[in-house]
Design a protein around this ligand. Structure first.
Ligand SMILES: [Zn+2]
Length: 328
């Protein structure tokens, strides 16, 4: 019975997740130690086997931790590296290594396989380089610089770059130019969700919802992330899904289209109109002049300007005398 295969698919997944995460950036602990620590946290020691087959195998057999770690290394090794490790340990194919052989293989593999930087590390390096004045010497860009490493950028070097570049001051002009969103501009994905782009004081681009809730770098996971045009309607009066009277027009100040809703509760209103740009995406129906005047008459409000009507003739008309001369 072989109880040494303690490294389950779940453990492999966890190790791979850990490799992909940036948790290990904080310190210089060798990767072997990290993995061993994680495994010893997660793997119960296998039951002793081989009772009665001779006490010798008990003292010379590899520990479960050792085998699990060796397994994790072999998982990432090339065929050549694995072959070389077996040769170093004089291990024949399919044979279970002794403690010494396992140790020799681990030693060989950890030296032969410098861990490469993860995609997340490289992305992080790139974003730091884009927001700071980093001198790449003979190389024109971060990507050219990375490509110059014949055997790939290792995690150790990436870690050092991150530490160094993080300490460099942010060049806001560069950060803004490189950011995939503009501060204050609206964006949408295919599901119609609207986001507002932001750039932090340290040059970090991110998004918030229309309600200002932080949602981070949504463009990375959003489908067809694109700028969202707010000027989507013809200027004019509209009726909302619940009978709201909505006035839509392009602001002279900002140049963007805005929406105001008429407060029809004349007795309890502090302002005539309430600005609500979200109404631009409601299911709005263009309001005919007849319908507008009808509503004005019902509420006793001039639908053109929002003023309360006093005169009986004006109330009957649904529009004030001055506004009536200006057209709808
Ligand atoms: Zn009026």
């Amino acid at each position: 019975m072989d109880t040494t295969t303690a490294l389950t698919a779940e453990h492999r997944q966890e190790i791979n997740d850990w490799f992909d995460s940036t948790e290990h950036l904080a310190d210089d602990m060798p990767v072997a130690e990290h993995v061993a620590t994680r495994l010893s946290d997660n793997i119960d020691a296998p039951e002793r086997t081989g009772q009665g087959t001779g006490g010798g195998s008990r003292s010379t057999g590899p520990s479960a931790k050792q085998l699990a770690f060796l397994d994790s290394l072999l998982l990432k090794a090339t065929d050549e590296q694995a072959e070389a490790a077996r040769n170093v340990a004089s291990l024949k194919g399919g044979e279970r290594p002794t403690r010494q052989q396992a140790s020799d293989m681990i030693d060989h593999l950890t030296k032969a396989m410098p861990r490469l930087a993860s995609d997340k590390q490289i992305d992080f390096c790139r974003s730091l380089a884009e927001s700071r004045n980093i001198d790449f010497g003979e190389y024109d860009s971060f990507d050219e610089f990375v490509a110059a490493f014949d055997n790939g950028l290792t995690a150790k070097i990436a870690s050092a770059l991150i530490e160094t570049w993080k300490a460099q001051p942010v060049d806001m002009d560069k950060a803004v130019a490189a950011a995939p969103v503009e501060h204050g501009k609206t964006y949408a994905d295919d599901s119609g969700t609207v986001y507002v782009g932001k750039i932090s004081k340290t040059g970090n681009p991110y998004c918030v919802t229309e309600d200002g809730e932080y949602v981070g770098q949504v463009w990375k996971s959003a489908t067809n992330f694109r700028t969202h045009e707010t000027a989507i309607l013809d200027d004019g009066w509209y009726e909302g899904p619940n009978g709201e009277i909505v006035k839509v027009y392009v602001s002279n100040y900002s140049g963007t289209q805005i929406a105001k809703i008429l407060n029809t509760d004349v007795a309890n209103r502090s302002e005539q109109w309430t600005r609500n740009d979200k109404a631009l995406r409601w299911d709005l129906v263009p309001m005919s002049m007849e319908r507008a005047l009808e509503l004005g008459s019902i509420f006793g409000i001039c639908v053109r300007c929002g003023a309360v009507l006093e005169d009986d003739n004006s109330i009957a008309a649904g529009i004030g005398p001055i506004c009536a001369t200006k057209g709808f």
